[in-house]
Design a protein around this ligand. Structure first.
Ligand code: FAD
Length: 442
């Protein structure tokens, strides 16, 4: 074996495909009985219920992931959004075909401020001190926030939906860079067949190239000698047998905390992660930097409905809600994601407290507020899940990411803890793989 990949998430599968293309012998080890990690789906009551992603690719058919799949010749089809988005505000849904469509609900005064902020962000040279500011501070510096509630909600809801972060958790630089990339690449897209279809195609591609994928096989330890990686110790779940597999290259798709744990022969448990105090935690000595780990957390609801609530392929941002930041109706792009004649709706929100029951109750209250009696008459909640700890929305908050290198020679990180600046979610995962390959070539 030339390379071992720990984890068959999107980052692991994309890395494997590239290494195989370079003629390497590759083994992927996945502890679950299926591949795909947080970018796949399970069939539940005729619906593609995803393990993480809302079946959406942030930069659509021209983005980093699409380009990578094209290069690898992995079949895929993305349905780009046909609108910038719609905005539910004042009890009404406003459709914004392009960005300036938001002026319709902002009114003259807030529209003036919207254009002024846009000018400052994209056409002026902001000083370094402003670029480093959390975005809410930057807004407070340039805007009377209490007099512009819908404008603030516009930024807030997009950040919560796209990054799963509050405006206080993301820097002005990162907001500018991700928005620039959104304009550069294009609107988000829904994946035909859902996100599971991408990982399924990648899995087949990897196997067709001779890659080996072992499921239900947990890596227990990363073995190193004299500062160089030499292999891993694994346990096969079916019969409990342990063995050591040697390789000079190990690519970890499981994030810095779990990777660090494996280097110290220690398993990271979800319950321990949830109990920790993030401000006290630092990554162990082997990872690229001694920073605290801040993941992005969220709550997602899958709803099956008899009636359509969103008349387009994009995101409906909810400006008047207490928690839900936005909703997509992916069946508008691919009806096969739900039974015939039904509509799948997926909501997303940031979890703002440790009281999960309260977060769920607030999500339901938002849904009643948005859809009224029609919610009780026509909708069925299929799942309501929280995403945090070792199964978060993002292993590192946007802009705080690490680099793929570690202090152990031959050990690299890929995935959503090493997203380059400006590339969010799976676009960041794809770019993390590009970055890792560049480092390997250097
Ligand atoms: P993962 O998918 O977590 O893969 C890691 C794999 O490693 C897993 O399969 C895991 O089981 C395995 N593993 C862990 N430990 C071990 C071990 N010791 N041994 C062997 N295997 C191990 N992104 C988008 O682009 N669009 C969206 O719409 C979107 N929405 C999201 C909504 C939610 C609620 C969530 C949670 C995420 C969302 N994301 C979205 C983010 C996206 O899902 C992730 O960025 C992406 O799936 C991360 O892939 P990864 O390969 O980095 O990690």
């Amino acid at each position: 074996i030339d390379a071992i990949i720990i984890g068959a998430g999107l980052g692991g599968l994309l890395s494997a495909a590239h290494l195989l293309q370079r003629g390497k012998r590759v083994l992927i080890l996945e502890r679950l009985p299926h591949a795909g990690g947080r970018f796949t789906a399970k069939h539940f009551q005729g619906v593609q219920v995803s393990t993480g992603a809302v079946h959406m690719v942030p930069f659509g058919s021209s983005g980093a992931l699409a380009q990578m799949l094209d290069r690898l010749q992995v079949p895929h089809r993305f349905f780009d959004a046909d609108v910038f988005g719609s905005f539910y505000v004042h009890g009404k849904q406003y459709r914004a075909q392009g960005l300036l469509g938001v002026l319709r609900f902002l009114g003259p005064r807030q529209s003036w401020w919207f254009i002024r902020l846009g000018y400052l962000m994209f056409f002026s040279q902001l000083p370094e001190a402003e670029l480093q500011m959390p975005f809410h501070r930057w807004l407070e510096r340039h805007l009377k926030v209490e007099r512009n509630p819908q404008l603030v909600a516009f930024f807030e809801r997009i950040s919560r939906f796209a990054l799963s972060l509050e405006l206080s958790q993301v820097s002005t630089r990162e907001v500018i860079r991700t928005t620039r990339n959104m304009f550069r690449f294009g609107a988000p897209a829904i994946v035909e067949g859902g996100c599971g279809e991408i990982t399924r195609q990648l899995e087949q591609h990897v196997q067709a190239l001779g890659g080996e994928l072992t499921l239900s096989c947990e890596v227990l330890q990363i073995i190193q000698r004299d500062g160089r990686v030499s292999g891993v110790r694994v346990r096969y779940k079916e019969h409990g047998v342990e063995e050591v597999i040697e390789a000079p290259l190990v690519v970890s798709d499981i994030g810095p905390r779990a990777t660090d744990g494996l280097l110290h022969n220690r398993k990271v448990r979800q319950a321990d992660v949830l109990k920790r105090k993030p401000e006290e935690e630092s990554v162990g000595g082997e990872m690229p930097s001694e920073v605290g780990l801040h993941e992005a957390v969220g709550l997602k609801v899958h709803i099956l409905s008899d009636v359509s609530f969103i008349p387009h392929r994009g995101i409906m941002y909810c400006l008047d809600t207490k928690r839900i930041a936005g909703i997509v109706q992916p069946t508008n792009s691919d009806p096969s994601l739900a039974p015939a004649g039904k509509h799948l709706l997926i909501t997303h929100q940031v979890i703002q407290s440790n009281n999960v029951e309260e977060e769920r109750a607030l999500a339901l209250a938002d849904l009643h507020m948005l859809f009224g009696d029609a919610f009780d008459t026509h909708c069925r909640v299929l799942t309501m899940g929280t995403y945090r700890g070792e199964w978060p929305v993002n292993r590192m908050t946007q802009g705080e990411d690490l680099t793929p290198t570690t202090t152990i020679e031959g050990l690299y990180l890929v995935g959503d803890a090493v997203k380059p600046s400006g590339f969010l979610m799976v676009e960041g995962v794809a770019q993390s793989v590009n970055h890792f390959l560049d480092l390997l070539d250097a």
